[in-house]
Design a protein around this ligand. Structure first.
Ligand code: HEM
Length: 202
């Protein structure tokens, strides 16, 4: 069966601890408590578990990737200049190297990556996945979806934050008007009084 798009990106999304569909976590086993005889056990994944690291350690990860450590992508959208555009460009930006550019074995030419040569092989190819609703699985369609997902992963509370922020601004502006009116009212006696001094002789 074709992998789903979110499964496809698992390798790059090592420690992504956010709430992907539960089914994704349930597929994985995590170390559990020891049993009565003290033997280690495993348990099924829960939604609060981090993604299991596909490599046992950083050295193994580097060894498998031409010496480059695949980055944690959970906050990558916020962490790179260009944000979503940068990710989209990296995913769609694999080309043959131009004349005069040397690309080592196992590396790829990608002008959007700093230095122009990236250790990550191209991930998305035409029809790499199958969309349930029949959307054509073009590279740019998949890249857009992955990028949008990574944007959500970086800021899962973004929409709620904006929605609450809007309400807070609305309510506080009304309160500010009331406070202003109230202040003018309370102070009006003092502010509008006129103090007149008469000398004793007059
Ligand atoms: C669709 C899923 C994936 C996405 C969205 C993705 C995205 C990215 C991005 C944006 C970078 C650049 C990070 C930076 O600016 O520092 C990167 C680097 C890298 N990725 Fe991926 N990646 C994916 C899958 C994978 C997979 C499956 C592997 C391993 C087989 C991998 C290996 C790497 C490596 C080794 C680097 C570092 C490249 C270097 O330093 O030259 N990625 N990835």
């Amino acid at each position: 069966m074709m992998p789903r798009l979110d499964q496809w990106c698992m390798y790059g999304l090592w420690w992504l601890p956010f709430s992907l569909p539960l089914s994704l976590y349930v597929q994985y086993e995590y170390p559990g408590d020891n049993d009565e005889e003290g033997n280690p056990t495993t348990r099924q994944g829960k939604i609060s578990d981090a993604f299991p690291n596909p490599y046992p350690n950083d050295e193994a990860a580097k060894f498998a990737n031409n010496g480059a450590l695949p980055p944690d992508l959970s906050l990558v959208v916020l962490g790179r200049e260009g944000e979503d555009d940068y990710i989209f460009s990296i995913l769609t930006g694999y080309f043959d190297p131009p004349e005069g550019v040397e690309v080592r074995e196992g590396m790829a030419y990608n002008p959007y990556f700093p230095g122009g040569v990236i250790a990550m092989p191209q991930q998305l190819f035409l029809d790499s996945v199958e969309y349930e609703d029949g959307t054509p699985a073009t590279v740019s369609q998949m890249a857009k979806d992955v990028t949008t997902f990574l944007r959500w992963a970086s800021e899962p509370y973004h929409d709620d934050r904006k929605r609450i922020g809007f309400k807070v601004i609305m309510v506080t502006s009304v309160l500010a008007l009331v406070a202003f009116y109230w202040k003018r009212r309370v102070w009006s006696v003092l502010k509008s009084r006129k103090i007149v001094y008469y000398s004793k002789g007059s």
